[in-house]
Structure formats: C-alpha cells, structure tokens
Design a binder for this molecule. Sequence first.
Ligand SMILES: Nc1ncnc2c1ncn2[C@@H]1O[C@H](COP(=O)(O)OP(=O)(O)O)[C@@H](O)[C@H]1O
Ligand SMILES: [Mg+2]
Length: 259
Amino acid sequence: MVQSVHNPASPLTVRDIHKSFAGIHVLNGVSFSVEPGTVTALVGSNGAGKSTLINVMAGVFPADQGEVYVNGRHVTAQAMHERVAAGFMRTFQHPRVFRSFTVARCIDFAHASAQEETLWYSLGQALGFRSRTRQRPELDMAIPALEPILAKQDAQAGDLSYGEQKLLMLAQALATDSSVLFFDELCAGLEPAMVDEVRACIRLLAQAQRTIVFVEHNLALVKSLADRVIFLHQGEIFRDGATDDVLQDDEVIKLYLGQ
Ligand SMILES: Nc1ncnc2c1ncn2[C@@H]1O[C@H](COP(=O)(O)OP(=O)(O)O)[C@@H](O)[C@H]1O
Ligand SMILES: [Mg+2]
C-alpha cells in the first residue's frame, strides 16, 4: 500500500482538510501527497466529497481547516488564479465555459497565465496562430484528443455539445501549461471514441511529467490510467494505495462496487 506522505516539496500536498456545509461535515481530515508525473484517481460514491476536495484544493472555496501546497508553495489562503500561477489547473465536473466567447478566445484567455515553452505552441499551431514559444514534441501528441473542438475554433463555446465543452475545458487547462492537473469526471458524458483520446492524452501528460489527479466512476478507465487510487468514503480517506490493491479490497468492493 502507498502511504500518505506529508511532503510539502511534492507537486501537491493536502494536510488535514476539513469542510462543512450548513453544519454537515463533508470532508473530515483528508491528507495526502502525490509524486511528480503520477496519475492518481479519486474514487468514491456520489456525495463522498470528491468534488468538494477538488474545489478546496483549487481554491473555489476555502477549507474550514487544513493546508494545501502546490509545488512547495503554501496556497491555502490564495485565490484560484494565484493557484494557477503556482502551477495548478482543473476542469469542472459540469462544463463551465464563457458561453459567448469563441473556442479560440476561450483558449487564448486561459493561456494568459501561461509561461514560455507551453502546450500553447501546439494549440497555436493547431489553431493556425503564431506562437512565440518553442515546440514540446511530447505535448504536441495531446492534440488528437482536442481535435473535435480545435476544428470549431470560431464556434461560440455555448453552442458546443456537452462533450465538446468538456474538451474545451481540457484545452483551457492544457493551455496554462500547469504541472498539476485536476480532472473532475472529465470523461462522463463523452463518446467512447473521445474517451479513448482523452485516455491517451492523460497518459502523454503523465509521460511529460504532469501530475494528474482525476475523479472518475468508470473503473476500466481508472485501471487503465491510475498508478494510485484514493478511495474516499463519507469525507475520509478509506483506502489509499496502488490501483489494483484498492479496487480489489473487499471492503471497498462492499462499499462501492457492490452497491
Ligand atoms: N457548495 C455546496 N454547498 C452545500 N453543500 C455542498 C456544496 N458542495 C457539495 N455539497 C455537499 O457535499 C456533499 C459532497 O458533495 P460532492 O463533493 O459533490 O461529492 P462527490 O463529488 O463525491 O459526489 C454532498 O452532500 C453535497 O450535497
Ligand atoms: Mg462530484
């Protein structure tokens, strides 16, 4: 079993996170730390607190207690955009895009905080933009997953399908060239062919030393992508370990798979 090591120098560390809504404890002392270039799946029943954990890590709302570190920076008190500057980006469980912006403008906007040598080069090439940045061959390979929306760069984001809006969120996340990426049910509602492209894209991002934490109910996808599974149950980490160990755990099966 992989143990939760509190290591502030890792790409992402959370310590003792608590969060309540209207007096109901949704997160109750969540602590873990991830290694660079690893893919971690957050798994748990509906209402377990997965999205809340992502939102607290992202700075959508503050934790009641606990600390968040991104790339060694203590970001607990920082706003979402400051966390993006620290090297972190996320997609939302349900698409959130600027509906009246074109696809190209949405991606351009997301890029605003990006540094040189980014995936922006690749997206820029795909969109026919000029880029100041140098090529990153390993990230160019992420492009096939994004083709369905890159082909619609002049379309309004609000006119895209649900699945396309999710891919647009992925493109925006990648345009920031963040080293830590959170995907909250990114593949839910995507066509199977799109899921395959996104799976390939996530693999390539991990190979390019991006650190990925993703929420996913599709266990075949979890098995094919994740090095590690954190199983959340009623706001607490119930199991944290290698993917096969956690998904084959009798109590996890009883709580989740057998439900
Ligand atoms: N912004 C919020 N305000 C009030 N309650 C919330 C809010 N976000 C989440 N919750 C509650 O927290 C619990 C956990 O929700 P969530 O984190 O979305 O679970 P999961 O993503 O694991 O399905 C649920 O009971 C949900 O209703
Ligand atoms: Mg959720």
